[in-house]
Design a protein around this ligand. Structure first.
Ligand code: AHG
Ligand code: MN
Ligand code: MN
Length: 321
């Protein structure tokens, strides 16, 4: 009998967390349906206004945000929502003891929406002690996360999560996410490096040396090929399964990096570490960073231990022994 996401998470982590993960899964099923018929429903293209990130919101960004927010708002265990698409956190003041803060990127990879390339949903769950401030709970370091999850909408739609007991993947089948692989392990090293090489001229010169070392094999002893989808969840999912390294360095346009700590880097760094990989901002472990505000950005190097440690060694000037 196939195991569903709810059953899997309930058995390991109890009803409270399983309910939140299931609400996310229900929203993901609705988002997947909307993506599949978007071209016919006239919901491709820009929504006509910018989000707090200063980026053009796509109609499907708004739809995904509304779908996920509605699914989570209905759970009385959820104290607050923090979304890439909302300027401020949504606080449920009438739930002073609700234990969960749900933080999310409702649709990741928006620039790929109109060209039918994989996009995703990313969710991070933090715990809140009864009566504690919900925003402070949202700003805890990633090491405090209760769970990290992403959905990869592609030829098959997969959901990957960790709640601190390994990484498990589920495949969407007839409206349910059904267990496909338990205890996923990221290879200790891999054949790919992944970054937007069009930005290299805007980054510190050391990154060009890192890329040259990955390409010619001088960095880790193995040559690497380039793969870059432009949707973080797709580039990460390939790195999780095949190994290698994904980088989004600081650029002149994004001096702190482009990816957001709370709802992109943290959940996927939690998954990476649980699968035996690593994630840094070039100087420190991503999960140790204490954010000051919900939309803070971070440089990101994430993937196999071998590559992440070699790249971080080059960036900090302490090459691998
Ligand atoms: P989002 O669509 O949620 O804003 O995220 C887009 C991010 C991420 O998915 C991807 O890795 C990165 O943007 C790609 O950025 P570039 O187009 O600058 O390479
Ligand atoms: Mn994103
Ligand atoms: Mn997004």
């Amino acid at each position: 009998m196939p195991i569903t996401l709810f059953q899997h998470s309930q058995q390991r982590h109890g009803n409270g967390l399983a309910d939140v993960l299931q609400a996310t899964a229900v929203a993901a099923v609705q988002i997947e349906r909307a993506l599949r018929t978007a071209a016919l429903a006239g919901v491709l293209g820009a929504a006509g206004h910018e989000n707090v990130q200063g980026e053009q919101q796509q109609k499907l960004d708004v739809l995904a945000n509304e779908t996920l927010s509605a699914a989570l708002r209905g759970l009385h265990t959820v104290a607050a929502l923090v979304s890439e698409e909302d300027d401020e956190p949504v606080l449920f003041a009438d739930r002073p003891d609700a234990p969960y803060i749900v933080i999310f990127d409702p649709l990741d990879g928006s620039s790929n929406l109109d060209v039918n390339v994989n996009v995703g949903t990313i969710v991070s769950i933090q715990a809140r002690e009864p009566g504690d401030d919900a925003v402070a709970a949202a700003l805890q370091p990633g090491s405090q996360q209760v769970a990290g999850l992403y959905v990869n909408y592609g030829p098959s739609t997969t959901l990957v999560y960790t709640a601190g007991s390994g990484v498990h993947s589920f495949t969407l089948s007839d409206g349910e996410f059904v267990l496909s692989t338990e205890n996923l392990c990221m290879p200790a090293s891999g054949p790919y490096y992944s970054l937007n090489e069009g930005n290299l001229a805007e980054s510190e010169p050391v990154y060009a040396r890192v890329v040259a070392g990955l390409r010619d094999g001088s960095l880790t002893g193995e040559r690497h090929s380039s793969r870059y989808v432009g949707s973080f969840i797709a580039d990460f999912h390939r790195t999780l399964l095949k190994g290698g390294v994904f980088l989004y360095p600081p650029t002149t346009k994004n001096p702190k990096g482009k990816l957001r700590l709370l709802y992109e880097a943290n959940p996927l760094s939690f998954i990476a570490e649980q699968a035996g990989g690593a994630a840094t901002d070039g100087r420190q472990r991503i999960l140790d960073v204490a954010p000051k505000e919900p939309h803070v950005r971070t440089p990101l190097i994430i993937g196999s231990r071998t590559e992440v440690s070699a790249v971080s060694g080059m960036l900090t000037g302490s090459p691998r022994e």
